[in-house]
Design a protein around this ligand. Structure first.
Ligand SMILES: Cc1ncc(C[n+]2csc(CCO)c2C)c(N)n1
Length: 230
């Protein structure tokens, strides 16, 4: 198996600080089902419909990142993420669901599962009650966790006939991997700007780690929710 990709120092610290919660998220039964193609289609579609609603709220959270940004790099990264979410990621959901006979209006009107509600509002609250870093600590698991999952699954799946090839290739592809490296580099810079060169010694570090770990736990809960739709 290939090594985990490098998304910068801040992420590497938070990832190892999350311990088993990181594994619970990135090596979840849902992810293993995606990798070996055994995930029931109904579970995948249940996940996808919920994920569309999730992405609506995550677009709002990244837009809050624009509001909370303090440098042009932060502003550009957040604005580009909102654009990528709306144009690429949500478009993929609309396309896959349309093939299965689920229309966009239905996606937008889907009733949110409690795990979905908990995760998205947790992230938005982290940003509303804190600064840019509080928001980024809660957002990092989603972007970079999917980057790591995509990277891992991409090297395990070469067959285009694989039932989840399209999903896997979105996150395994160089375009998404380069987004992850950019976000990781921005995180390192944002941390250095606000809490200096030895961030682990800052009184803020524990709270940021806890935001990150909670978001990983909520990601694992999101996969659990997906599996309920089998
Ligand atoms: C539950 C859940 N977690 C993470 C992602 C992935 N994701 C969410 S926002 C974003 C930012 C830029 O594209 C990415 C990659 C998802 N789709 N669903």
């Amino acid at each position: 198996m290939s090594a985990a990709p490098d998304y910068g120092e801040t992420f590497a610290h938070w990832r190892s600080g999350a311990g088993e919660t990181w594994t619970a998220y990135t090596d979840h039964a849902f992810v293993r089902g995606l990798r070996d193609g055994t995930l029931p289609r109904a579970a995948f579609l249940h996940y996808l419909v919920q994920d569309y609603v999730f992405l609506v709220h995550f677009s709002r959270a990244w837009a809050l990142g624009v509001v909370k940004s303090e440098t042009m790099k932060e502003l550009r990264t957040c604005a580009a993420t909102v654009d990528g979410l709306v144009k690429t990621e949500m478009a993929l959901h609309i396309e896959v669901c349309a093939r299965e006979g689920i229309r966009e209006a239905e996606l937008f009107a889907a009733t949110e599962e409690p795990e979905n509600l908990a995760y998205t509002r947790y992230v938005i609250d982290a940003g509303l009650s804190g600064d840019f870093l509080d928001l980024m600590a809660a957002l990092a698991p989603c972007v970079l966790g999917y980057g790591e999952i995509g990277h891992k699954l991409g090297s395990a799946v070469s067959d285009q006939a694989h039932p989840y090839a399209e999903w896997i290739n979105t996150y395994a592809g160089e375009e998404y991997q380069s987004v992850c490296r950019d976000v990781g580099a921005m995180l390192d810079q944002s941390v250095a700007n606000r809490i200096g060169g030895l961030p682990q010694n800052s009184p803020r570090w524990g709270k940021l780690q806890s935001r990150f770990t909670t978001a990983c736990q909520l990601e694992a809960g999101f996969w659990d929710m997906g599996l309920r739709g089998r």
